[in-house]
Design a protein. Structure first.
Length: 313
């Protein structure tokens, strides 16, 4: 079983040794916990795909700890640079053309000409990447298709039998995966909704951006967004306030329910609680998990995006 270790110097060294030996570890970030491995090492990356049961056509995000490291691995147009400078470090991933000098292996990028880069804003993640001194690939630390973990204990439940070390960075502050955008010269496309919304990004750029759309195959897509995802074992019913026998209710706002995402209708709090509460509800083996309506504005868009995937089958 994996050891959950506090993030002191000794334990960070142990984590680095695992990474250098080509093993994956559980790494905290401000969004969700990652299953982290050496992005340069084809074997380490193959091991991450196998551990998660993730299809190899779905590329991973390479995590970096400085702008310098970002520019060594990706080719940034002026607009990409603007986004990076405004939104990094933070819950934001930029897909750009790969820099020919990048040491990141082909498998991490699923053989694409592009690379997904993220400069996280979590003290422990940054310490690990800096100490490792190379890009770290880290998809969310869950079995592919299931709910992402937002604390070290949930990583242990999910993957504890497959990794040796989980570094404990506490409960994730944001609780939803990073916003992902693709930059192709002057064209910016939102590939995955997250903490930074379309309008946050448009404000930085001073112009409108496109939204990836499966119906329009000419637009860039994120391979990972086509799948059923974030799913509990139980059936999920959305926009529902009518609880039947054997069901568990996740609420929002001032209401009677089993778990409440945010009594005060605070979307930031709701995002931070979402995966944790989905997991707690699922652990009770209910007939179904029913979820109250969540307003579809601001961060609510990303929450509803994840809920729709959790409910699809
Ligand atoms: O918050 C996060 O981003 C977390 C934490 C651990 O950093 N990581 C994460 O990684 O969510 P993952 O692998 O679960 O999601 C990566 C997403 C997928 O939807 C993938 O398809 C997309 O980014 N992606 C990666 N490289 C891409 C590329 N070159 N082009 C388009 N999409 C890409
Ligand atoms: Mg994931």
């Amino acid at each position: 079983m994996a050891k959950i270790l506090e993030p002191n110097k000794d334990n960070i060294s142990k984590a680095i040794a695992q990474l250098r030996d080509g093993f994956a570890i559980g790494m905290p970030t401000e969004t969700v916990y990652g299953l982290a491995g050496d992005a340069r090492n084809e074997k380490a990356i193959a091991n991450i795909f196998a551990t998660k049961g993730r299809p190899q056509f779905n590329p991973l995000i390479s995590h970096i700890s400085s702008f310098e490291m970002a520019y060594e691995n990706g080719v940034f147009s002026p607009l990409a640079e603007k986004l990076a400078e405004h939104l990094w470090p933070g819950p934001f991933t930029i897909v750009v053309p790969r820099n020919p000098k990048s040491p990141v292996c082909d498998l991490a990028c699923a053989g694409l000409e592009t690379i997904a880069l993220r400069y996280p804003k979590h003290e422990v993640a940054l310490e690990i990447i800096k100490e490792f001194n190379a890009p770290i690939a880290a998809p969310s630390a869950n079995i592919s298709g299931r709910i992402s973990p937002t604390n070290a204990q949930d990583v242990a439940i999910e993957l504890g039998d497959r990794i040796a070390i989980i570094i404990d960075g506490g409960q994730c502050e944001i609780g939803l995966e990073s916003t992902v955008v693709a930059v192709e010269n002057d064209e910016i496309t939102l590939l995955r909704k997250g903490f930074f919304t379309q309008s946050d990004i448009e404000k930085v750029l001073g112009k409108k951006i496109a939204i990836a759309d499966a119906q329009q195959p000419d637009k860039p897509m994120s391979p990972g967004m086509l799948l059923r995802h974030y799913s509990p074992n139980a059936k999920v019913r959305l926009n529902s306030s009518h609880k039947q026998n054997g069901e568990i209710q996740i609420g929002f706002g001032n209401m009677d329910c089993d778990f409440n995402l945010s009594q005060d209708e605070n979307l930031t709090e709701a995002a931070a609680n979402l995966y944790k509460m989905l997991r707690m509800a699922d652990a009770q083996n209910p007939q179904a998990i029913i979820i109250a309506p969540i307003p579809n504005n601001g961060l609510g868009e990303a929450i509803n995006d994840r809920l729709q995937r959790a409910a699809s089958n």
